[in-house]
Design a protein around this ligand. Structure first.
Ligand SMILES: [Zn+2]
Length: 65
């Protein structure tokens, strides 16, 4: 999992940090990094990434190396 700050807010606690799944993770869902509230399914990840830009993906790729 990768913790990133997104231009989104948790609907439970208002936090802006989220745990994003890596491609190898079995669970492809996004959770709030603070309260662990379920945020969205992996099906929404492409839309989320489009909204957040590619910065987190660049970091994810570096973290995976
Ligand atoms: Zn939260």
């Amino acid at each position: 999992m990768l913790t990133v700050t997104l231009e989104l807010q948790c609907h439970v606690c208002g936090g802006e940090r989220f745990l994003l799944p890596m491609p190898a993770d079995s669970e492809q869902a996004i959770h709030c990094a603070d309260c662990r509230a379920f945020k969205c399914h992996g099906d929404d990840l492409e839309r989320l990434m489009a909204a957040a830009g590619n910065s987190w993906r660049d970091r994810a790729e570096r973290a995976a190396c």
